[in-house]
Design a binder for this molecule. Structure first.
Ligand SMILES: [Zn+2]
Length: 482
């Protein structure tokens, strides 16, 4: 029996976070009414000339540097010729043999099925180039199809990874790491749902130990992290089954059918792409000065892996907490500010993970966080000085979130205060004991597990407002007294 190895390379298309398109001044805002963000240039009208957006160049450079690529001093835009209704010019402006940047790498952390601990792997990046997006065909009911050109001319980078990935899990890890790097670099919003981060996968198999590449199948436009892993695993299985039953894998483009749980052939006649690339005569070569490269490099923000490592080494967070708290740059900045103000990163981190992140979608986070770092620290200090209990902190958080109010003031208004009065708590403890005489006898007889029961009953009686330390002290004393 042959043992098979899968060989996977991903191509990521990421929209650059510019306000305007790559070759004209039209807005890139998502969700506008169809064909309202268009002009003669992005409509491909005769005589309209492209002018390169400098912001797009800077963002593309930043992405390339974040991915450890070498920027070319001179790159060139080329026309990729093909016909499609959503491509008004009849060609897409892209880069071909002189891309913006080459030869990078992305470090991923991956744990495959059967592996005890995560391992780190460096995946090579072949190239990063700039290009414009096409429009969008909207297929209605029956034969009704329409074209929306709002996306036509939106700036993209294409990041071509080398076929270094060996499993669906590695591909998923690569895609998440890529998204994180681009989002932390401030280049892309990481939003798969709105199509600003897309991925195609080249998948082939070969006998383990072989160094030649098998016939590859291109999986197109898989728009969810979950589906990418699923689609690749299913495609690898399909290729193995096909080969082992005497069939041959054909080079083709396949899509993912989530409902059927299988990959489906889309088109095979286009496998021999002939785009007749040639340099775009309307655009001069793109020259990057060493000064510009140095400037962009100097402004590169801290990237997720470095931030995670620092959270672990400097702030003594667990790797898991560091991972969660760097799920988005805004979450990381919020946490770091609060941790600095408060002084106990682990404690701040716990509360952020347990409460704040519960109702925040960190993937493609666009809204601001529900509280400010200052509010969070003020709230935690109320717990620190014993004014409120941990449970009341949650209640207080729910009342403060979404407002700009001072937690101390809100706590006062809600009458949130921890019962620290030992005499009052003793009374409650005694009444709980009176109500549960049998359990109290058992506790006295040595059934230590019942201790938690009594603490729980007291907390219930006080709706969680009792100071647990004082409850413990009182209960212990009553137990000794018998
Ligand atoms: Zn335009």
């Amino acid at each position: 029996m042959t043992e098979w190895e899968s060989v996977i390379g991903l191509e990521v298309h990421a929209q650059l976070l510019t306000r305007t398109k790559i070759f004209c001044g039209c807005a890139t805002h998502f969700g506008a009414a169809p064909n309202t963000q268009v002009c003669p240039t992005c409509l491909g009208l005769p005589g309209a000339l492209p002018a390169l957006n400098a912001d797009a160049v800077r963002l593309a450079m930043r992405a390339a540097l974040a991915l450890e690529c070498e920027l070319r001093e001179t790159s060139r835009f080329a026309r990729k010729n093909y016909f499609y209704p959503d491509l008004p010019k009849g060609y897409q402006i892209s880069q071909f043999d002189e891309p913006l940047a080459e030869g990078g790498a992305l470090e991923i952390e991956v744990q495959d099925v059967g592996e005890a601990t995560p391992r780190t792997k460096r995946v090579r990046i072949q190239r990063v180039h700039m290009e414009e997006d096409a429009g969008k065909s909207v297929h209605g009911e029956g034969s009704d199809s329409r074209v929306d050109l709002n996306r036509a001319g939106v700036p993209l980078i294409e990041i071509v990874g080398e076929p270094d990935l060996r499993s669906a899990a590695e591909a998923g890890a690569y895609l998440r790491a890529m998204r994180d790097v681009l989002v932390f670099a401030g280049v892309n919003d990481g939003n798969l749902e709105e199509g600003s981060f897309r991925c195609d996968a080249n998948v082939s198999i070969r006998p383990r130990g072989s160094t030649t590449l098998g016939t590859r199948v291109e999986l197109k436009n898989i728009n969810s992290f979950k589906f990418v892993e699923k689609a690749i695993a299913v495609e690898v299985r399909r290729q193995i089954d096909l080969t082992e039953t005497g069939g041959r894998v054909t080079q083709e483009t396949r899509g993912w059918d989530e409902a059927r749980g299988e990959t489906v052939a889309q088109r095979s006649k286009e496998t021999a792409h002939d785009y007749r690339y040639f340099p775009d005569p309307d655009l001069p070569p793109l020259a990057l000065s060493p000064a510009l490269i140095a400037e962009v490099r100097a402004r590169l923000p801290e990237l997720p892996r470095a931030k995670r490592a620092r959270f672990v080494s400097e702030l003594s967070l667990t790797p898991y907490a560091a991972e969660v708290l760097t799920s988005h740059p805004r979450v990381a900045a919020f946490f770091e500010e609060a941790a600095t103000l408060h002084g106990d990163p682990a404690r701040v981190g716990n509360f952020v993970q347990a409460e704040v992140l519960r109702d925040v979608t960190t993937r493609g986070l666009t809204a601001s966080l529900p509280v400010t770092a200052k509010q969070l620290v003020s709230l935690l200090s109320l717990v620190d000085d014993g004014t409120i209990s941990g449970k009341q902190a949650k209640e207080l958080y729910a009342a403060v979130r979404g407002t700009d109010r001072d937690p101390r003031e809100v706590a006062r208004e809600l009458g949130l205060a921890q019962v620290t009065d030992a005499a009052a708590l003793e009374q409650i403890c005694r009444s709980v004991i009176d109500k549960n005489p049998k359990q109290f006898e058992q506790l006295k007889a040595g059934k230590a597990a019942l201790y938690g029961f009594f603490v729980g009953q007291v907390m219930k009686e006080t709706q969680g407002s009792a100071n647990p330390k004082i409850v413990n002290d009182v209960l212990r004393r009553l137990l000794e007294e018998g």
